[in-house]
Ligand binder design. Structure first.
Ligand code: R7I
Ligand code: MG
Ligand code: MG
Length: 321
């Protein structure tokens, strides 16, 4: 068995790893990635240097810090943490930048996310950062739902913005609680995910598309046509879950596949990396990638410490787990 604490570390470092591997290709088409790189298996030079992370990981760090500090989601503290960690050079989405500006100008954490777009954002910003919630509440679906709602609404109040985060958090939770020595039961995994969706959810047809695609050998173009790869939750969260389920036996293959889908590569790979890292644990992340991850004050070592603190909190919550 792999220790649960290694799975928590795998989830958070899996986010950083996928984010860093995917970032240099953000916005590229799958065809151009294929033509120029074949498969992306090595950390490429990036805007802020090799192995650096983007907003995805920066917001995940804020969420993990606040969860540990408040022993759960505290909306006001979390909003402050998002603000304090904000570094515009990490490349934030327009909706999230607006929500953060509103917060900074004194709008409450319950209100800011509702003033983005018409009914709040359905971008993938709440999903990309959700990994720590998926770990901490991996044994309690009701608590997981509540924590997803509170942590998402601050910037992503649209129902799809939140539902995507729930789907991603639950995928992480299922992966963290699964035995990596046994093959993932794909039908069971998809049925579990479906059980948390609203009646008219746009994610339902994506799960059905996955069910159709998984047994075959679909080309990247077909997968992207069916699932999509842009920065909306309704495309990128399914793309990340599919990347994991298609390559569940291997962390590296999951993340390489996710980057190969093109489009929102840092985010799809960050989310796929969180699920695969939660399933396999930190030891499955290739050493040659780990050693290239950003260090510094809030680099990979700090992220691992946060994962261990999150695990300590988990063992306080569930002492007999
Ligand atoms: O969700 P968000 O923080 O973006 C995260 C993305 C990731 O790829 C990061 O790596 C970073 O690069 O940005 O930012 P939002 O701007 O809230 O949402 C992302 C995109 O989703 C927007 O730019 C829109 O294209 C789309 N979107 C919407 N479009 C129309 N109407 C989200 N909500 C709406 C909407 O209500
Ligand atoms: Mg990003
Ligand atoms: Mg992105």
């Amino acid at each position: 068995m792999i220790a649960l604490v290694e799975k928590f570390c795998g989830t958070l470092l899996g986010t950083h790893t996928g984010d860093a591997l995917g970032m240099p290709l953000e916005g590229a088409s799958p065809g151009s990635i294929q033509k120029n790189y074949g498969q992306v298996r090595e950390m490429l030079d990036a805007r802020l240097g090799v192995g650096t992370y983007t907003d995805d990981t920066e917001m995940m760090i804020a969420l993990a810090e606040s969860l540990v500090r408040c022993r759960g989601v505290n909306g006001a503290d979390l909003a402050q943490a998002y603000l304090e960690n904000f570094n515009p050079l990490r490349g934030y989405g327009a909706g999230t930048r607006k929500a953060l500006e509103l917060l900074r100008s004194g709008v409450s954490w319950e209100e800011a996310g509702k003033r983005v777009f018409e009914q709040g954002s359905y971008g993938n910003g709440a999903s990309m950062r959700i990994a720590p919630v998926g770990c901490l509440y991996s044994r309690d679906l009701e608590k997981l739902k509540e924590a997803v709602h509170l942590s998402s609404v601050i910037t992503h109040a649209h129902p799809w913005g939140e539902e995507g985060a729930l789907l991603q958090a639950y995928a992480v939770a299922l992966a963290v609680q699964a035995d990596p020595w046994q093959e993932i039961d794909v039908d069971h995994f998809l049925a579990s995910l479906e059980s948390v969706l609203d009646e008219g959810s746009p994610f339902r047809e994506k799960l059905q598309a996955m069910q159709r695609l998984l047994p075959g050998e679909p080309g990247i173009e077909e997968v992207v046509l069916e699932l999509g790869n842009d920065s909306r939750t309704v495309t990128s969260v399914p793309a990340a879950i599919f990347s994991f389920l298609k390559n569940a036996a291997d962390f590296e293959e999951t993340v390489v596949y996710a980057v190969g889908l093109g489009g929102d590569t840092d985010t799809i790979a960050a989310m796929a990396g969180a699920i695969a890292g939660g399933f396999h644990g930190k030891p499955a992340i290739p050493e040659r990638w780990l050693t290239r991850l950003e260090r510094g004050a809030k680099g990979a070592d700090y992220i691992e410490r946060l994962a261990r603190e999150l695990y300590d909190l988990y063992t306080d919550f569930y002492p007999h787990a």
